[in-house]
Ligand binder design. Structure first.
Ligand code: GDP
Ligand code: IMO
Ligand code: MG
Length: 429
């Protein structure tokens, strides 16, 4: 039965949550597979705006079972804050399942994240300071505490204390801010007991659901170029947002995925440091920030902006096995006189045939642009592809030509129904 995966194709904030919300109407399970509360996923329904960090974006449908998969790192204070906030707005989280194999984030991870960032000086990554990297580091060096540990409260308390004592030394070595070990232990013993009813063997739950012909959507956080392997290392996150990570982070197999949708903004944004070949540092970049409201959902930071880069998208098609693309925020370009799309990279005067393997090369890239005249009209309310202005359709065709896959959805505004779902292109079920 269909398993749909949704992944970001740029540096995050492509509008994944809006597309996931749209697709969730016909799903039984929506599963986060990596990342943590560094994600900020916004869904707008009428006058209501939901900014989700950990709970899958499908939660707004009462028919969906939201699942936090084994690949996620879970910050319990944020999880319960989010549950309380959603439930106060009449969105039930009672069906939520949290994988017993997901790793927990603790306050020492945040202290280490902050200490490492300040130690980097000018080489700052610009992390969200949520403790994501240090929590994944503990997972990989096999000293992490998994969510299922809360099922044995005494041993959980012992592990939290032991890890807190070890982490305190690491924080001191890094010159970071000490944690109050007793306070952390008390806080997490309470949070742990609250987590108990949500703990599940999600790997088997998802396989059983698949066998029972349920529909499953795998929700990516972050994006292809923030991927620890495929992104602009070291200016990346510490997980695999690419579709391979969806298999590892849920326990479903790669061949279970029937559709893999890449989400691309009609321009490009990035929060934090790192290379950005098509970046605009002039007033056009400011205009994208203003009209696109490009400020981080989680940290409030101003996002860097630039033109759409199809060299990146083409690479995202490769590393994710994308079946189709959702092109979001096309309406943000409504008032531009000219719209550019990067269709190639030149390095030292030579045209590259693929996306460079070494991210340091990106600093010297000369982007090659195709230019379109702006459509200078509002896309608001347009619901059919053929009703889009000619140059807006031309932009969509450039994306299809460069990536070799169809653009199946086009975003025309933040609201749930502001989207063109094309019926003239074929996508897997
Ligand atoms: P995500 O992290 O990929 O889920 O994206 P974010 O929620 O961080 O950022 C996307 C922002 O763009 C949110 O504020 C959305 O409400 C908004 N958005 C999504 N799709 C569209 C669209 O097609 N047009 C406009 N104008 N805004 C959109
Ligand atoms: P969503 O899911 C945009 C960026 C941070 C930083 C880098 C590493 O909303 O698209 P981390 O805290 O993960 O160690 O930070 O990754 N980053 C994001 N940028 N959208 C996100 O999530 C991001 N999550 C992390 O800004 O540059
Ligand atoms: Mg976001």
């Amino acid at each position: 039965m269909p398993v749909t995966t949704v992944v970001g194709t740029q540096w995050g904030d492509e509008g994944k949550a809006k597309v996931i919300d749209l697709l969730s109407a016909s799903q039984d399970f929506v599963v986060r597979y990596q990342g943590g509360h560094n994600a900020g996923h916004t869904v707008v329904v009428g006058s209501e705006r939901y900014a989700l960090q950990l709970i899958p974006s499908g939660v707004l449908y009462g028919t969906v079972t939201p699942v936090i998969g084994n690949g996620v790192v879970v910050d319990l204070p944020t999880l319960f804050k989010e549950i309380d906030s959603l439930e106060s707005r009449d969105v039930s989280c009672a069906r939520l399942k949290v994988s017993s194999q997901a790793h927990l984030i603790f306050p020492w991870h945040q202290a280490i994240d902050a200490a490492m960032e300040s130690g980097r000086g000018d080489g700052k990554i610009g992390t969200t300071l949520k403790g994501i990297g240090p929590a994944y580091a503990d997972k990989v060096r096999r000293v992490g505490i998994r969510a299922g540990a809360v099922l044995d409260p005494q041993s959980f308390e012992k592990s939290v204390r032991e890890r807190a004592i070890a982490a305190q030394k690491e924080i001191a070595m890094l010159g970071g801010e000490a944690i109050d070990i007793d306070e952390v232990v008390t806080q997490f013993v309470a949070l742990g007991s609250r987590l108990v009813p949500y703990i599940a063997d999600t790997v088997n739950v998802l396989h059983d659901a698949k066998d029972a012909k349920k529909r499953i959507l795998l929700e990516g956080a972050q994006a292809t170029f923030l991927d620890i392997d495929h992104g602009t290392y070291p200016f990346v996150t510490s997980s695999n947002p690419t579709s391979g990570g969806a298999a590892a982070g849920t326990g479903l197999g790669p061949r279970d995925m029937t559709r893999i949708v890449g989400i691309a903004k009609a321009y490009t944004t990035r929060v934090g440091s790192g290379p950005f070949p098509s970046e605009l540092t002039d007033e056009l970049g400011d205009k994208l920030v203003d009209i696109g409201r490009e400020f981080g959902t989680v940290t409030g930071r101003r996002r860097r902006t630039g033109w759409l880069d199809t060299v990146m998208l083409k690479h995202a098609v490769r590393v994710n096995s994308l079946t189709d693309i959702a092109l979001t925020k096309l309406d943000v370009l409504d008032t531009f006189d000219e719209v550019k799309v990067c269709i190639g990279y030149k390095l030292n005067g030579v045209i590259l045939t693929g996306y460079p393997d070494r991210s340091e090369l990106l600093d010297d890239i000369e982007p090659m642009y195709e230019s379109l005249s702006g459509w200078k009209t509002s896309l608001s309310g347009v619901s059919r592809f053929e009703d889009l202005p000619e140059s807006a359709r031309a932009l969509v065709r450039i994306v299809e030509r460069e990536t070799g896959i169809p653009v199946s959805m086009i975003g025309t505004g933040p609201e749930r129904d502001a989207v063109i779902v094309r019926d003239d292109v074929k996508v897997p079920a």
